[in-house]
Each structure stands twice: as C-alpha cells, then as structure tokens.
Unconditional design. Sequence first.
Length: 265
Amino acid sequence: MNKVIKRAVAFLAAVLVLFSALPGVTAKAQDDGVLHTDVQVTGKADNQKVTYTLKLDKTTVSDGRVAVFYNRDLLTLKKDKEGIRFTEADVNKEFVSGEDTGIAYAFVNDSAKSVSGKLLSLNFEVKKNLPGQDTVVKTVVYGLNNEDEQLFAETTLEDTITVGKAELKAPELKTLTQTMVGVNVKWTKDTNADGYVILRSTSKDGKYSEIATVNSGNYWDILVKNNKTYYYKVKSYRGKGSEKEYSKESNVLSIKVSKFFGLFG
C-alpha cells in the first residue's frame, strides 16, 4: 500500500510540474539510446500529413514525463495515441512552455515494469496554401525513471521536416529516340509534380504547341513525318483546372525523323 501511495504522489507531482510552464532545456538534436523519435511526411502540396512516433527500447520504468512541441501555424494535431499502458497517465494537448506549444504526456506505474514499443504516436495535417519550408518537431524528455534511478537525463530531440508546396522544378529533357512507332521523349521527374506537358515545334525558336499531357517521365510521339526535324521541351504542373501551376520550361532537344520501313509519311 505504501508503494501505491508513493506512486500516486509521484504521478500527481509529475503532472503538476509538467503541465505548468517549464523553462527551456539545452537541445541535443540526436537520438539518445533509450528513446527514439521518427517523423515522416507523406503526400504533397495541399494534401500532406505528418506521422510522429516516440519509441522506447526495452527497459524497466516506473514513471516518465515528455512533451512534443510543434508549430501550430503549420501543423494541426488530428490524433494522439499512447501505446504502452501504465497504471496512471495524463495528456495535455494545450501544453505551453515559454514560446513553445504542443502536447505533453506524463505516466506512472504502481511498480516498475519492463516495457518496450511505441510510447506515443501523433498524426498531423499540414495546413493548406503554405509555401515550402522547414519546421522542427521538438521532443523534450523531462524525466524517465526506474524508481529512484534516472534512466534518461533531461534533454531535447529535434526532427526537422519540410512541409508545404515545394517549388516545381523545370524538367530536364534527357533524350529523344526514334523508334519504329515514332519519337520517344524522356525527361527527369519531379516528385512534387502531378504531371507534365509536352511541347513541340518544327523550329527551335518558333511557336511550340502542346501535343500531350502525361504523368509519367516519357512520351511516345507517333504523329511525326519523315525527313522533318522536330524540337521538344517539357514543363511540369501541379493542381487541377484553373488552379494548375506550372514550372519553367525544360531545355530544348531536336531530332530529325528518318523513314523506318515505310511507317512514316
């Protein structure tokens, strides 16, 4: 019974300390052996999501206090999940420490136990219409203990991620290759693009016409004529309809079509 009371008092103290404003700590910006952070960004443009996990190596713990800080102007917390089960746990989604805002998590056991796995999982949505930029997700560990033994010194782990609309890059036109079915056009792809527009002209500085829109990194142009020289360039795009935005145009390459077995007019 004395141990239960001791643990309850420790948990109450942890919550009172953790959920009040705390001074900043010196950042180490690295994994520290027992706890590990992982932050992943998926999707692109205005449909990005961020997944955060805090994992604990197998160890014997009695109590702990952590907080995860993030920029609320960029990220919206949609879901939080505590993986390892403890006797008592408390979450504060409106935690503030100085100028930092985030979510705090405190836990305690009736007695120390050996555990491992995901301590905390968070899912965020990236706000829309943001220019591409870096932001830091900061994990502050205020304490991790096995009874009176400190397992993890007070420290900070920082993960830098890139969110928002990255600038579309101009594709690089790589090769033009004549085949029996026409001209194969190949270019570099941009993971931030939704597709590509192929443009063609019969003179380098003449008028270029849009001949196709594709989402791959190559195009087969079968509407070519024998003994004619064609000039190609490509631009990438993102979005739909009137909201489409385009990259700068690629370099220009040319090819003179030669007759193959009467396939070209």
